[in-house]
Design a protein around this ligand. Structure first.
Ligand SMILES: Cc1cc2nc3c(=O)[nH]c(=O)nc-3n(C[C@H](O)[C@H](O)[C@H](O)COP(=O)(O)O)c2cc1C
Length: 190
């Protein structure tokens, strides 16, 4: 079984990205993946600082890093904040990128050699495209292989029906296609 973690960059009640993340979990499971749905509100992650890292590395940062390390693939679903990823998600990615134990500075054990994919839901007509471009760059920097498929959900406030499904067939089909490719690539390289 291929292990994939789904990480949503919003903990807002009623979050559209959380709704998209739920669909991604379902699509990944339909592809036979073992999915860990990561709720970042369950992790106590202070804003990264070198002083904290040196003197009191947060236990939950270690826990998140270990969770990522145990996966073959990572799927990130992030809102766009001022043209970039949410600070909640960037901070989580940053903490999990830091060396622990006697690792080298660039060990990147949470990320190296894993497949990753990106999705975004936004109230804007552009669906969070600018944020995903940054997210792709970040995920490449930490040495994941980011698959080309992605999902943008524009007009997110009107995009989901009462059951939480996407009303529009295009993003709905892209959720399935992205999930299928992520599982295939994670399996191939993992
Ligand atoms: C600080 C801030 C900056 C934002 N910047 C953007 C933006 O650049 N582009 C965009 O499409 N939406 C932007 N938004 C709106 C978000 O897309 C919207 O709040 C969305 O619902 C957040 O995702 P969520 O529903 O998963 O919490 C911004 C929201 C906040 C709070």
């Amino acid at each position: 079984m291929t292990s994939i973690a789904v990480v949503v960059g919003s903990t807002r009640e009623g979050s559209f990205n959380r709704a998209l993340g739920r669909l991604a979990v379902r699509a990944l499971e339909a592809q036979g993946a073992t999915v860990t749905d990561v709720d970042l509100s369950a992790f106590n992650l202070p804003l990264y600082s070198a002083a904290l890292e040196a003197n009191a590395f947060p236990p939950d940062a270690v826990r998140l890093k270990e969770l990522f390390s145990a996966q073959q693939g990572l799927l990130f679903v992030s809102p766009e904040y001022n043209g970039s990823v949410s600070p909640l998600l960037k901070n989580a990615i940053d903490w999990a990128s830091r060396p622990t134990g006697d690792e080298s500075l660039v060990a990147l054990t949470a990320y190296r050699g894993k497949a990753s994919a990106v999705m975004s839901a936004s109230i804007s007509p552009f669906g969070g495209l600018r944020g995903l471009m940054h997210l792709r760059q970040i995920l490449s920097t930490v040495q994941t292989l980011v698959i080309p498929e992605q999902v943008l959900v524009p007009g997110a406030h009107a995009a989901f029906d009462e059951s939480g499904n996407l009303k529009d067939a295009l993003p709905a089909s892209l959720v399935d296609a992205t999930a299928a490719r992520l599982v295939a690539v994670a399996k191939a390289i993992g």
